[in-house]
Design a protein around this ligand. Structure first.
Ligand SMILES: [Zn+2]
Length: 132
């Protein structure tokens, strides 16, 4: 299990009290905080009861500290944060920006681990990635 989640721009710590804390926004609606389970492949999330999550819709993800838009250079529908495991190894964690879509990729160099039942959705980019 990862011990640190960090913003790729400001390197601010995003893991607090066993929650990965991100800011998300849907279209022109007011943004909200999203607490995600830090266990890779666990898709439980917590949000304020007055906020509504639109299943199947694309969200923007932001660092709650520096407001950087978390994007993946691998696919426009993915967001990316940095994680560090207990051995100090750094990975990129790419995950779907679509609410309810369970697609996560843990990447270090050319090594890709994928998680979630919807992981095959982005398999095309993974194939390209693996052929490099
Ligand atoms: Zn940041």
């Amino acid at each position: 299990m990862a011990i640190n989640y960090q913003c790729p721009r400001c390197e601010g710590q995003l893991l607090l009290d066993n929650h990965l804390i991100l800011a998300v926004k849907y279209k022109q609606e007011q943004g909200m905080l999203l607490l995600m389970n830090p266990e890779v492949g666990n898709y439980q999330t917590i949000h304020h009861p007055t906020n509504k999550v639109h299943e199947g819709e694309l969200y923007e993800f932001f660092c709650p500290i520096c407001h950087y838009r978390l994007k993946s250079d691998l696919n426009n529908h993915l967001a990316m944060v940095h994680i560090q495991d207990e051995k100090g190894k750094q990975f990129e964690l790419h995950f779907s920006r679509i609410a309810g879509q369970k697609s996560t990729y843990k990447i270090m160099g050319k090594s890709v681990e994928h998680f979630g039942i919807d992981a095959p959705h982005y398999i095309d980019f993974l194939n390209i990635f693996n052929m490099r």
